[in-house]
Design a protein around this ligand. Sequence first.
Ligand SMILES: Cc1cc2nc3c(=O)[nH]c(=O)nc-3n(C[C@H](O)[C@H](O)[C@H](O)COP(=O)(O)OP(=O)(O)OC[C@H]3O[C@@H](n4cnc5c(N)ncnc54)[C@H](O)[C@@H]3O)c2cc1C
Length: 397
Amino acid sequence: MDFGLNSRQLELRDVAQQFAVNRIRPAAERLDRLEDPASTYPEALIEEASDLGLRTLGLPERYGGSGADALTEVLVLEELCYGDAGFGMTLAHPWREGRMLAELGTEAQQERFLTELIKDRSFVTALAITEEHSGSDNALPYTASLDAGPRTTAIRHGGHWILNGRKRWITSGNVAKLILVVARTDASVPWPEGISMFIVPREAPGLRVGVIEDKLGLRLNQNAELIFEDCAIPHDQVLGEVNGAAPILRAIGPSSKAKEGAKTLGIGRAALDAGRQWAASRVQGGVPLAEHQVIGNSLAELAMELEAARTLVWRAAWASDHDRGAADSLSDMAKVLSSRVVVRVSLRSLELHGGHGIRRGTAAERNLRNAVTMLHATGGNDALLARLHRDLWRAGS
Ligand SMILES: Cc1cc2nc3c(=O)[nH]c(=O)nc-3n(C[C@H](O)[C@H](O)[C@H](O)COP(=O)(O)OP(=O)(O)OC[C@H]3O[C@@H](n4cnc5c(N)ncnc54)[C@H](O)[C@@H]3O)c2cc1C
């Protein structure tokens, strides 16, 4: 394992860093305060990011992307999320879904959907798995009951599949131009054996957007309900095999969770910087707060915990490309540890700000809201730990 970063990685990280500080952060400070959750979507900023190559980062170079590996993705994502984690979360979707199309799509699917994704500067994508009754079930996966897992159905009629059901919490569900939808194609078997993945354009007849979640944090990230009512999708828009979605989800799991870790690191670094700056300038007892030893030590401890979490996130990202056997467990650890560390860092940072930290609109309160929201993304932490427990002991390590 070599974490010596190459010049391309350093260059991409710099581009993301500049963009985060100069463009994302100022926009986020304004958009985060808007009441209507549907009004916070930063489309112009997505287009700007696209011009810098940041929207198509994960796509193979032969399709016009940057061909970034998982380690490069986490480096860039931490920077973007330093600017705003909701924005970073939105932008990371086309990396993943674009790569899924590039690796699993037929030539015709690539020609029709990937070409457009690359060309259109505002093209973002979504992956729709979660339903009202089925969240952590998808992460575990829980198979003891046939009721577990997605209940959105896809039933074949001639050359089409007819989709019915509702998805919840779908990142960019209301703005994505293309959605990869997981639906039950065989209800007689536990869900991992009976789900398929469908490529669904936003304008598909029978698809409409429902509730847009009004969230505590990550306000720039849209989380929408998708309602399928006799939504007819041609058979040639099945991605991969019929009843073959579970292996696809397993394959993308580790890098997705390493990236969840990277998003939290971005929030944590923003929180630490805010805490450090405040402690350096706020004078109490005749000296800046940072010169009170207990506060200096506290800042050092937060930096240490953040660095430990980062090491695990990098290791999980590297494993997802190079050591598949270890990747599942490492990425679960990375997501759980980093999200917990970052809640601690953000809370302590807020505490160091005293009364100022709990004023609405300050960096300290925004960072804490964003950190808490990350506890639930890509599976709740307890569910991930339940899976980790199972995987570690099944592996006999
Ligand atoms: C910001 C954000 C973005 C998201 N984006 C998407 C998206 O793009 N696409 C998508 O499909 N979904 C998305 N989700 C949904 C997300 O994946 C789910 O919220 C998550 O899987 C948890 O499901 P749930 O909210 O239904 O919680 P539940 O499954 O109801 O869990 C509730 C609590 O119980 C715990 N728990 C559950 N089962 C067990 C168990 N067996 N043992 C111990 N503890 C357990 C969990 O850890 C959690 O703390 C997003 C969520 C958020 C917050």
